[in-house]
Design a protein around this ligand. Structure first.
Ligand code: MTE
Length: 323
């Protein structure tokens, strides 16, 4: 058991990932010799930045987007959204991304779009965003580790981007890739953590679903580094690991792309990763979740409560096999 002093920026103890889940993921990584291998001793222990809600630098001209929440869905405070993260490029513990992502430079940034499409190219970040109107959207965010949040994102509907690059008829999927910068991302210096760069993918009809978005901000301001600056995927009906951060490449493909957690541990993590309270993770139940900030666990909803919007994408599929 990991015992440490509580910092003011830490989530309260009841907000932390259930210990059995945390310990199990940690054991999996320890089994591959990472922690003993000195990852945590490699200059990654600076104090967690006390993230304060910025008053300046808000995006302008953002239009109201999709906000369908339940009565019990309250927005998770900015401080928790930015200090309790999974971003293994910056370390394995929840507070590591906030502590270690300070030296990461999200700008200038370029995104390469390639593969089976009529308009491939490498675009500067401004040109990538320019044709689109940013939207505010508040979504539930459910991690495969059985914790959840409610996050107000700022971003672009992914469907608009897909259409803009004109995928060919043979394109069936879109693949995404995270930037590779070991000098700024200490976790990437250790190939045993995960196979780098982090990659993810969606079926094209999933990418075209109106809920899917590429986010550039939270709470009206640009994404903090630990949340995936400057550009990340948000698919709220799927487990959080589909939400690839700091994207530098989008590729249209005919074959199902690889996704990092599936490559790393295919028995436990699939390609679809749809939130499903009836299909347990091999090592823990997915029936309930702990909403960060709540004391009591709550029931997990099918497709994270977005069944009406996305259920038809999976009609006739065996969701226990296609986990
Ligand atoms: N993207 C990259 N590149 N690296 C990661 O380690 N972690 C994933 C996902 N995207 C991850 C990533 C996981 S497991 C989750 S739950 C979400 O990011 C967490 O997003 P958050 O820290 O903004 O809550």
């Amino acid at each position: 058991m990991l015992i440490r002093q509580k910092k003011s920026s830490d989530a309260a103890s009841h907000e932390i990932t259930p210990e059995h889940v945390y310990v199990n993921r940690r054991q999996f990584i320890e089994a591959s010799g990472l922690i003993a291998g000195g990852l945590l001793a490699s200059g990654m222990a600076s104090p967690a930045a006390a993230a304060l809600m910025p008053k300046e630098g808000k995006f302008q001209g953002v239009k109201e987007g999709y906000h369908k929440l339940g009565a019990k869905d309250k927005q998770t405070p900015f401080e928790a959204v930015t200090s309790y993260n999974n971003f293994y490029e910056f370390g394995l513990d929840k507070e590591d991304p906030a502590a270690n992502a300070g030296a990461f430079k999200p700008l200038p940034w370029q995104v390469k779009v390639d593969g089976l499409c009529a308009n491939p190219g490498t675009l500067n970040f401004d040109d990538f965003l320019k044709p689109h109107t940013l939207e505010d959207r508040v979504y539930r965010h459910r991690c495969v580790e059985a914790w959840s949040m409610v996050i107000p994102w700022v971003g672009i509907p992914l469907a608009e981007l897909v259409k803009r690059f004109e995928p060919q008829g043979s394109a069936k999927y879109v693949a995404f890739e995270t930037v590779m910068r070991p000098a700024e991302m200490p976790g990437q210096r250790n190939a045993q953590i995960l196979p780098w760069p982090y990659v993810e993918g969606l079926r094209l009809d999933e990418a075209m679903n109106p809920l899917a978005m590429l986010a550039v901000g939270i709470y009206g301001v640009p994404l903090p580094n630990q949340n995936g600056a400057p550009l990340r995927l948000v698919t709220p009906w799927k487990y959080g690991f589909k939400g690839i951060k700091s994207i530098v490449r989008m590729t249209f493909t005919e074959r199902q792309p690889k996704n990092t957690w599936n490559v790393s541990n295919g028995r436990e993590y699939g390609f679809f990763a749809n939130v499903n309270p009836k299909v347990d993770h091999p090592r823990w139940s997915q029936a309930t979740e702990r909403r960060i900030g709540d004391f009591f666990r709550r029931e997990t909803l099918m497709f994270n409560g977005y069944e009406e919007e996305v259920g038809q994408l999976y009609a006739g599929m065996d969701l226990a096999k296609n986990y």
